[in-house]
Write a protein that binds this ligand. Structure first.
Ligand code: SAH
Length: 247
């Protein structure tokens, strides 16, 4: 552990049939540096190590028939019990298209906790009984089907790790981001001043900070209204609730 790293790192365990997919993209850039410096730790646990038969099988045919294979409850439970304390302190999440869609709010709450244990499904997913028996929280990346939970686990961890103290250079850039204030972010511009006949909105180069702030706020609001009426409605409701102002 290098200087400046917390005494207790944020700890992630990932249960997977493809441990070689980790740390993957999380070994690079911001997350990779934070991993190296001990701000967080990652252990990919091979579910197959917990198989009980000589063929090391982790899946079987679905009860009731139908296509595909189902991951066995007993093997999955043994893998979970080997790494997850089960005292309710650390969340146990099964990445699943049936889960609650992941939000920035959930990501922030995870970052504030001690870590997470993530279960990546394959095939048709897990036997329902292990989901119930271990009280897993189901979390989805969105309304589409991945071939396995690993890319979802990588995405979730990426979103959490960037919020851990000491990971992002300028903390302010985290607070301004889409979703943080209930709105999508305003558009960004940089050099050159003229690109294929398109100029940067004049207010952004005016040097008038109050005007820039007002322009960004208005742009964020109109983008959110146009693209995400669901977020816009929630934003308006929350505003009335806490008496927030739109200025
Ligand atoms: N039969 C399941 C899909 C299984 S896909 C169904 O129709 O609901 C195989 C695995 O990929 C799942 O067990 C889950 O871990 C992962 N997965 C697929 N889509 C996902 C999504 N949108 N979010 C998170 N995990 C997903």
């Amino acid at each position: 552990m290098t200087e400046g790293a917390p005494a207790t790192p944020w700890v992630a365990h990932v249960l997977t049939l493809f441990p070689e997919m980790f740390p993957g993209s999380l070994g690079l850039s911001l997350a990779g540096k934070a991993l190296e410096s001990g701000i967080w730790s990652l252990e990919a646990v091979d579910i197959r190590d917990f198989a009980r038969d000589k063929h090391r099988s982790v899946d079987d045919t679905p009860a009731g028939g139908g296509p595909g294979m189902v991951m066995r409850a007993d093997v999955m439970a043994a893998a979970i019990d080997a790494v997850h304390p089960g005292n309710g302190v650390k969340p146990l999440i099964y990445l699943s298209p049936r889960g609650a869609p992941l939000t920035q709010e959930r990501v922030r709450a995870l970052a504030e906790g001690p870590g997470v244990t993530l279960v990546c499904g394959r095939f048709e997913g897990l036997d329902e009984r292990v989901i119930e028996a271990r009280g897993m929280e189901e979390v989805s990346l969105g309304d589409f089907i991945l071939s396995g939970g690993e890319p979802a686990a990588l995405a979730l961890l990426d979103a959490v790790v960037r919020l851990l103290p000491g990971v992002m250079g300028a903390t302010a850039s985290g607070e301004d981001e889409s979703f943080e204030g209930g709105l999508l972010e305003y558009p960004h511009y940089t050099r050159p001043a003229l690109f294929e006949g398109r100029e940067i909105p004049a207010v952004l180069t005016s040097g008038d900070h109050a005007k820039v702030k007002a322009w960004r706020r208005a742009a964020a609001e109109s983008l959110t209204k146009a693209r995400r009426p669901d977020l816009w409605d929630k934003f308006l409701k929350d505003m009335t609730k806490d008496g927030r102002k739109t200025d």
